[in-house]
Write a protein that binds this ligand. Structure first.
Ligand code: C2O
Ligand code: CU
Length: 723
C-alpha cells in the first residue's frame, strides 16, 4: 500500500485538557465562536436498516509548535476523534463481534484501517489524507485488515467537495467579465493608503499562470480596476545596484542612519527597479544587546510617504511607526528619528507601515538580532544563519505592477513566483558534516505561508517571535506565516547536497484536485570533513529552557479565565466581477485550512482593496476594524478568542499580529498547547478558532491587524489603547 496515510502514535495528552475551555468542531451545541464544522467535522450517514446509529468524525488539531499540523511533504495531519452513538450490538447484524473504522481515497483504494471503535468517543491514529471516505464496518474480528463485513456508517472529508467545474460553472466562466470600474471607496482606505505618484509609463501586464494550471476564459479576461504602479527613477538620477546586507553591531546609545530609497536589483539575469534600506538587500542586519536603546535617524528617499515599524519589539509607543496613529507619515525627502529599546532577546524585524503590499514587497525589510546576556540562551550550534524569506511576482515583462490607488490581490494576497532568501533567488550555504546550524527565520512575504524542510536533515524548533519555547521540540518542517519568526537547529549528518524546500499542496480549482508543489529556496553543501566542535550530544537531547518556562508559568493562573474579548475574522465584497462572485458562492466551494499557493491568480489579482474589505468584528458590540476602540490598563492580562469565519465569501488563513505586546497561544480548535512560547503573530487557519493570552504591559495606542499586506490594505486592522 502507498503511504497515503501516516500513522502517528499520540499519547493521551489529546484528551481535552483543563485549559481547553474552547469548543471543539464536533460539539453538540456549537457556540457562536466555535471552529467550523464544515472544515473540521464530518457527519457520518447510517446505512439503510441501521437508522438508530449516528456518528461524527472530528478532524482534530494535533498539538504542536504551529497552529496547523503539516507533514514535511505538505499533507495536513489530523487527529480523528470519532464519536458514535446508537450502534447495535455487532452480533445483531450478523456474525460480527466488533466495529472497525477505515479511511479510503474516494475511489476506495487504498483502504487504511484506523482501528476498532465503539459507542462513545474514540481517539484514533493521525491521518494525512485530504480527500477521503470514512467507513465504520461491523467485522468478525478486530484484527480484520480490510473491510469485509457490513458498512454501518460512512462519510466524506470536506476536501472531497473540491470537484472540477460543472456545466453551469463553465457557462458562467465563459460569460464575458463585466467591466470593473467600480468607484466604491473604502471607508478607512485613507488611513493607510497614501497613493504613490502616477507612474506614467506603467501598464498592466498579465499575471503569470502557475505551471500546469488552467483558468476559465472569463477569469483570464479580468483586470484590476485601479491604475498600475511601479517605481521609476527620475531621469536625472542614476540608481545604484543594491549590495547584500551588512551586519551592523550597535551598543546602547548608538545611532544608525537608515535611508529608504530606490535600488537596482538583478535577479536571474534581469534587472528591476526596487526599494532598499541603505542600498542593501535585505536592509542592514542590526545586532544589539538586550535592554539596549538605539537611535535611528531615518530619511525617506522614496517617491511616496513611509514609516518604519519595529515588528515584535515592545518599544515606546511614539516610535512604533504606525502612520496617523503614532506619527505622521514621513513624506518623500522627510526624516524621522526613532528611539528603539529592546526589552526582549530574539529575532525581530523592521519594515514600513505604509502600503506594505508595495514597499515591503519591493525589498524594504531587515532583521534585528537581540542578544541575551545569558550565554546559554540557545543550546549549542556551530553557526548561525539569519534568513529572511520572501517571494516576488515577476511576469514576462518584469515585475507585475502594483495598484496605485488601492492594493490589487485583495482576496488572497500577492503570491510571488520567484523565491528569495535574503533577497537572493539562489541561496547557498556550505557546512561541514555533522554541523549544527541555527537558522533564524523571518517570513517577509506579503501573503505566503511556507512549509520548510531540509531533505534528510533532522530539525528541532527552539524559539519563535518573542523568545524561546518552554522546551525544544523535534519537527518535520517549519510552518511560517507572514511576519512570524522561528529559530530552528538543523544537523547536517551526511556529506553531499541538501535543498531547503517549501513543500505544500495547492488547490487546482479547474481540475478539482489537490496537487503537490515543491519549491527550492536554496542548497546546503555538506563537506565530508567532520564539524568541530561536535555538538551532536547537545543536539540529540531536547533542552528545557527553565528560565522561559518559569516566565510563562507566572501566567498559568490566567489560562482558564473566561474569554475577555473576541474577534470574528471575515470579509465583505462589493462590485466584484460577475464571474468571481458566482464562482465563490457555489455550495460546493472548498476552502483549504491554509491556502499555500496562489492558484486562482486572475480572480485574486483583479480584486482590489476597493472591492474587498477584510473585517475584524467584535461580536460583543458589532463594531468593526477601526471603529473598535478597546481600552485596557497596563498590567492587565486579556484572553482573546479569534474565530476565522468559514462562511465568508472567501475564507482564508490570517496571520494576526499585535503591536507592542506579547501573547501566548493557549489553544487552537479547542485543543490546548502544552509547549508555549511568547508570540506577536499567530496564524489562524480558515474556519479555526484560537484562544490567546495577551499581556497588556506596554502603554500606548497600538494596532492589531492581519499581516497579509493586501488584507491590511483592505482594512483588516483595529487599534486599542493600553493606559
Ligand atoms: Cu509587521 Cu503592523 O506589522
Ligand atoms: Cu488576512
Amino acid at each position: 500500500m502507498k503511504s497515503a496515510v501516516a500513522c502517528v502514535l499520540l499519547s493521551a495528552v489529546l484528551a481535552t485538557s483543563p485549559t481547553a475551555a474552547q469548543d471543539r468542531p464536533c460539539d453538540d451545541q456549537p457556540a457562536a465562536l466555535a471552529p467550523s464544522r464544515d472544515l473540521y467535522c464530518i457527519e457520518l450517514i447510517a446505512a439503510p436498516g441501521i437508522r438508530a446509529a449516528s456518528g461524527r468524525v472530528e478532524l482534530g488539531r494535533i498539538p504542536g509548535p504551529f497552529t496547523i499540523a503539516v507533514a514535511a511533504d505538505g499533507r495536513l495531519l489530523h487527529q480523528p476523534v470519532i464519536t458514535l452513538a446508537g450502534l447495535p450490538s455487532p452480533s445483531s447484524l450478523g456474525s460480527f463481534t466488533t466495529y472497525v473504522a477505515w479511511i479510503a481515497t474516494p475511489v476506495m483504494h487504498p483502504v487504511t484501517k484506523l482501528g476498532e471503535v465503539r459507542n462513545g468517543r474514540n481517539v484514533l491514529a493521525a491521518i494525512a489524507l485530504e480527500k477521503f471516505v470514512v467507513l465504520i464496518t461491523a467485522e468478525d474480528s478486530p484484527a480484520a485488515d480490510e473491510p469485509r463485513g457490513k458498512v454501518v456508517l460512512r462519510g466524506q472529508s470536506p476536501a472531497t467537495r473540491l470537484q472540477p467545474p460543472d456545466v453551469l460553472q463553465f457557462t458562467l466562466g465563459a460569460a464575458p467579465a463585466r467591466s470593473d470600474t467600480a468607484q466604491a471607496t473604502n471607508e478607512h482606505a485613507a488611513h493607510m493608503a497614501q497613493a504613490p505618484p502616477p507612474g506614467s509609463d506603467v501598464e498592466w501586464t498579465t499575471v503569470p499562470m502557475p505551471r500546469g494550471l488552467q483558468m476559465l476564459p472569463a477569469e483570464m479576461a479580468l483586470r484590476p480596476g485601479v491604475e498600475p504602479y511601479l517605481p521609476r527613477a527620475p531621469a536625472d538620477q542614476p540608481i545604484h545596484a543594491a549590495r547584500p546586507r551588512e551586519l551592523v553591531p550597535l551598543e546602547d546609545g548608538d545611532t544608525l542612519r537608515l535611508d529608504a530609497g530606490l535600488v537596482r536589483r538583478t535577479l536571474k539575469g534581469r534587472s528591476y527597479t526596487m526599494y532598499g534600506f541603505n542600498g542593501q538587500y535585505p536592509g542592514p542586519l542590526i545586532r544589539v544587546p538586550q535592554h539596549a536603546e538605539i537611535v535611528v535617524q531615518f530619511t525617506n528617499r522614496l517617491d511616496q510617504p513611509t514609516t518604519i515599524h519595529w515588528h515584535g519589539v515592545r518599544l515606546d509607543n511614539r516610535f512604533d511607526g504606525v502612520p496617523d496613529l503614532t506619527q505622521d507619515p514621513v513624506p518623500p525627502g522627510g526624516s524621522f528619528t526613532y528611539r528603539v529599546r529592546f526589552p526582549d532577546a530574539g529575532i525581530y524585524w523592521y519594515h514600513p507601515h505604509v502600503r506594505e503590499d508595495i514597499q515591503q514587497d519591493l525589498g524594504l525589510y531587515g532583521n534585528l538580532l537581540v542578544r541575551s546576556p545569558r550565554a546559554d540562551w540557545y543550546s549549542a550550534a556551530n553557526r548561525e544563519e539569519v534568513l529572511m524569506l520572501d517571494d516576488l511576482l515577476v511576469g514576462d515583462d518584469g515585475l507585475v505592477p502594483f495598484g496605485r490607488e488601492a492594493a490589487t490581490h485583495a482576496l488572497m494576497g500577492r503570491f510571488g513566483n520567484v523565491f528569495l532568501v535574503n533577497g537572493e533567488p539562489d541561496y547557498r550555504l556550505s557546512v561541514r558534516r555533522g554541523e549544527v546550524v541555527r537558522f533564524l527565520l523571518t517570513n517577509a512575504s506579503n501573503t505566503r505561508t511556507f512549509n520548510l524542510s531540509f531533505a534528510g536533515a533532522r530539525m528541532k524548533v527552539v524559539a519563535s517571535d518573542v523568545g524561546n519555547y518552554e522546551r525544544e521540540e523535534w519537527i518535520e518542517s517549519v510552518v511560517i506565516a507572514p511576519a512570524e519568526r522561528y529559530v530552528v537547529h538543523v544537523r547536517f549528518d551526511e556529506a553531499g547536497e541538501t535543498a531547503l524546500v517549501n513543500r505544500v499542496y495547492g488547490l487546482d480549482h479547474f481540475r478539482g484536485r489537490l496537487f503537490a508543489e515543491t519549491d527550492t529556496l536554496g542548497i546546503v553543501s555538506v563537506m565530508p570533513e567532520a564539524a568541530s566542535p561536535d555538538h551532536s550530544r547537545d543536539f540529540a537531547s531536547l533542552r528545557r529552557d527553565s528560565v522561559a518556562a518559569a516566565g510563562i508559568a507566572r501566567f498559568r493562573a490566567h489560562f482558564d479565565r473566561p474569554v475577555d474579548k473576541s474577534l470574528v475574522l471575515t470579509l465583505r465584497t462589493r462590485d466584484l466581477p460577475f464571474v468571481t462572485e458566482r464562482l465563490m458562492q457555489l455550495d460546493s466551494i472548498y476552502f483549504a485550512p491554509v491556502e499555500w499557493s496562489g492558484t486562482m491568480p486572475m480572480m485574486n489579482w483583479a480584486s482590489t482593496a476597493r472591492q474587498v474589505t477584510w473585517v475584524l468584528r467584535d461580536p460583543a458590540t458589532g463594531k468593526e476594524n477601526m471603529d473598535i476602540d478597546w481600552r485596557f490598563r497596563a498590567g492587565e492580562i486579556v484572553k482573546l478568542r479569534l474565530a476565522n469565519e468559514r462562511k465568508s465569501f472567501h475564507a482564508m488563513q490570517h496571520p494576526i499580529h499585535i503591536h507592542g505586546q506579547r501573547f501566548l497561544v493557549l489553544s487552537v480548535n479547542g485543543v490546548a498547547n502544552d509547549n508555549l512560547v511568547w508570540k506577536d503573530t499567530v496564524l489562524l487557519p480558515a474556519g479555526a478558532t484560537a484562544d490567546i493570552l495577551v499581556e497588556m504591559s506596554n502603554p500606548g495606542r497600538w494596532m492589531l491587524h492581519c499581516h497579509i499586506a493586501e488584507h491590511l490594505s483592505a482594512d483588516m486592522m483595529l487599534a486599542f489603547t493600553v493606559e
